[in-house]
Write a protein that binds this ligand. Structure first.
Ligand code: AMP
Length: 143
Protein backbone atom coordinates (compact mmCIF):
# COMPACT_ATOMS: atom_id res chain seq x y z
CA UNK A 1 0.00 0.00 0.00
CA UNK A 2 1.30 3.45 -0.88
CA UNK A 3 1.15 6.49 1.38
CA UNK A 4 -1.76 7.85 -0.61
CA UNK A 5 -4.98 6.11 -1.46
CA UNK A 6 -8.41 5.35 -0.12
CA UNK A 7 -9.09 4.83 3.58
CA UNK A 8 -10.23 1.24 4.22
CA UNK A 9 -13.36 1.31 6.41
CA UNK A 10 -12.77 -2.37 7.27
CA UNK A 11 -9.36 -1.87 8.92
CA UNK A 12 -9.19 -3.18 12.49
CA UNK A 13 -9.07 0.27 14.15
CA UNK A 14 -12.12 1.43 12.16
CA UNK A 15 -13.89 -1.63 13.60
CA UNK A 16 -12.71 -0.70 17.10
CA UNK A 17 -13.96 2.88 16.61
CA UNK A 18 -17.35 1.52 15.56
CA UNK A 19 -17.40 -0.78 18.61
CA UNK A 20 -17.51 -3.90 16.43
CA UNK A 21 -14.68 -5.76 18.19
CA UNK A 22 -13.59 -5.91 21.84
CA UNK A 23 -10.74 -3.72 23.04
CA UNK A 24 -9.38 -2.32 26.30
CA UNK A 25 -10.19 1.40 26.38
CA UNK A 26 -7.89 3.81 28.19
CA UNK A 27 -9.29 7.19 27.14
CA UNK A 28 -11.70 8.78 24.73
CA UNK A 29 -12.69 12.33 23.81
CA UNK A 30 -14.24 13.94 20.73
CA UNK A 31 -10.99 13.70 18.74
CA UNK A 32 -9.08 10.63 19.92
CA UNK A 33 -9.30 7.10 21.31
CA UNK A 34 -6.58 5.36 23.33
CA UNK A 35 -6.53 1.61 24.00
CA UNK A 36 -4.18 -1.24 24.82
CA UNK A 37 -2.26 -2.91 21.99
CA UNK A 38 -3.51 -6.52 21.80
CA UNK A 39 -0.03 -7.80 20.78
CA UNK A 40 2.16 -5.72 23.11
CA UNK A 41 5.86 -5.24 22.46
CA UNK A 42 6.18 -4.57 26.19
CA UNK A 43 3.60 -4.68 29.01
CA UNK A 44 1.23 -1.67 28.94
CA UNK A 45 1.88 -0.93 25.24
CA UNK A 46 -0.82 1.64 24.44
CA UNK A 47 -2.09 3.06 21.14
CA UNK A 48 -3.52 6.52 20.44
CA UNK A 49 -5.59 7.10 17.30
CA UNK A 50 -7.62 9.95 15.81
CA UNK A 51 -11.33 9.30 15.47
CA UNK A 52 -11.32 10.85 12.02
CA UNK A 53 -10.44 8.34 9.28
CA UNK A 54 -6.74 8.96 8.47
CA UNK A 55 -4.40 6.43 6.88
CA UNK A 56 -1.16 7.91 8.17
CA UNK A 57 0.65 11.07 9.31
CA UNK A 58 0.18 12.70 5.90
CA UNK A 59 -3.55 12.14 5.85
CA UNK A 60 -4.66 14.32 8.77
CA UNK A 61 -5.30 18.02 9.32
CA UNK A 62 -2.70 19.72 11.56
CA UNK A 63 -5.41 20.65 14.08
CA UNK A 64 -6.50 17.00 14.43
CA UNK A 65 -2.87 15.90 14.63
CA UNK A 66 -2.35 18.35 17.49
CA UNK A 67 -5.17 16.64 19.39
CA UNK A 68 -3.59 13.23 18.74
CA UNK A 69 -0.05 14.17 19.81
CA UNK A 70 -1.36 16.06 22.84
CA UNK A 71 -3.21 12.85 23.73
CA UNK A 72 0.01 10.86 23.28
CA UNK A 73 1.75 13.19 25.74
CA UNK A 74 -1.08 13.01 28.27
CA UNK A 75 -1.47 9.23 28.10
CA UNK A 76 2.29 8.63 28.21
CA UNK A 77 2.41 10.68 31.41
CA UNK A 78 -0.36 8.48 32.85
CA UNK A 79 1.53 5.31 31.83
CA UNK A 80 4.59 6.71 33.61
CA UNK A 81 2.56 7.54 36.72
CA UNK A 82 0.77 4.17 36.78
CA UNK A 83 3.66 1.80 36.01
CA UNK A 84 6.95 3.71 36.59
CA UNK A 85 8.85 2.33 33.58
CA UNK A 86 12.50 3.28 33.07
CA UNK A 87 11.62 4.97 29.79
CA UNK A 88 8.88 5.31 27.20
CA UNK A 89 9.34 4.81 23.45
CA UNK A 90 6.94 6.56 21.06
CA UNK A 91 6.75 5.13 17.53
CA UNK A 92 4.63 5.73 14.45
CA UNK A 93 4.92 3.98 11.05
CA UNK A 94 3.82 5.22 7.63
CA UNK A 95 3.25 2.72 4.83
CA UNK A 96 3.75 -1.02 4.55
CA UNK A 97 7.41 -0.61 3.59
CA UNK A 98 7.99 1.21 6.88
CA UNK A 99 6.30 -1.55 8.89
CA UNK A 100 2.76 -0.17 9.17
CA UNK A 101 0.26 -3.03 9.41
CA UNK A 102 -2.96 -1.21 10.34
CA UNK A 103 -3.78 1.61 7.93
CA UNK A 104 -5.42 3.98 10.38
CA UNK A 105 -2.98 6.52 11.87
CA UNK A 106 -1.73 5.52 15.33
CA UNK A 107 1.03 6.32 17.77
CA UNK A 108 2.55 3.55 19.87
CA UNK A 109 3.37 4.28 23.53
CA UNK A 110 5.80 1.54 24.58
CA UNK A 111 7.09 1.56 28.15
CA UNK A 112 10.54 0.08 28.71
CA UNK A 113 11.00 -1.91 31.89
CA UNK A 114 14.56 -2.72 32.97
CA UNK A 115 14.01 -6.41 33.64
CA UNK A 116 12.05 -7.15 30.45
CA UNK A 117 13.13 -7.62 26.84
CA UNK A 118 11.01 -5.65 24.42
CA UNK A 119 9.46 -7.61 21.53
CA UNK A 120 10.20 -6.36 18.01
CA UNK A 121 7.53 -4.35 16.19
CA UNK A 122 4.84 -6.73 14.93
CA UNK A 123 6.25 -9.67 16.90
CA UNK A 124 4.30 -9.33 20.16
CA UNK A 125 2.26 -12.25 21.51
CA UNK A 126 -1.48 -11.81 21.89
CA UNK A 127 -2.28 -10.61 25.43
CA UNK A 128 -5.16 -11.79 27.63
CA UNK A 129 -8.06 -9.34 27.52
CA UNK A 130 -8.44 -9.37 31.32
CA UNK A 131 -4.78 -8.28 31.67
CA UNK A 132 -5.26 -5.51 29.10
CA UNK A 133 -8.43 -4.31 30.85
CA UNK A 134 -6.61 -4.17 34.19
CA UNK A 135 -3.74 -2.17 32.68
CA UNK A 136 -6.17 0.17 30.88
CA UNK A 137 -7.99 0.84 34.14
CA UNK A 138 -4.74 1.75 35.94
CA UNK A 139 -3.62 4.11 33.16
CA UNK A 140 -7.08 5.65 33.02
CA UNK A 141 -7.07 6.21 36.78
CA UNK A 142 -3.69 8.01 36.49
CA UNK A 143 -4.96 10.49 33.88
P1 AMP B 1 1.53 -0.91 13.07
O1 AMP B 1 2.23 -2.19 12.76
O2 AMP B 1 2.44 0.22 13.42
O3 AMP B 1 0.53 -0.56 11.99
O4 AMP B 1 0.73 -1.16 14.41
C1 AMP B 1 -0.48 -1.82 14.49
C2 AMP B 1 -0.60 -2.26 15.92
O5 AMP B 1 -1.94 -2.69 16.12
C3 AMP B 1 0.30 -3.44 16.29
O6 AMP B 1 1.14 -3.08 17.37
C4 AMP B 1 -0.69 -4.54 16.65
O7 AMP B 1 -0.22 -5.32 17.72
C5 AMP B 1 -1.92 -3.76 17.03
N1 AMP B 1 -3.18 -4.47 16.88
C6 AMP B 1 -3.56 -5.28 15.87
N2 AMP B 1 -4.82 -5.73 16.06
C7 AMP B 1 -5.23 -5.17 17.24
C8 AMP B 1 -6.44 -5.25 17.99
N3 AMP B 1 -7.48 -6.00 17.60
N4 AMP B 1 -6.53 -4.56 19.15
C9 AMP B 1 -5.48 -3.81 19.58
N5 AMP B 1 -4.32 -3.70 18.91
C10 AMP B 1 -4.19 -4.37 17.76
Amino acid sequence: MSLTGKYDQQNIFAKILRGEIPYAKVYEDEHILAFMDAFPQSPCHTLVIPKKPSRNLFDIEPQQLTAVITGVQKISAAVEKAFSPDGIIITQFNGEAAGQTVFHLHFHIIPKFPELTMQRHGRGQMAEMNVLLEQAEKISAAL
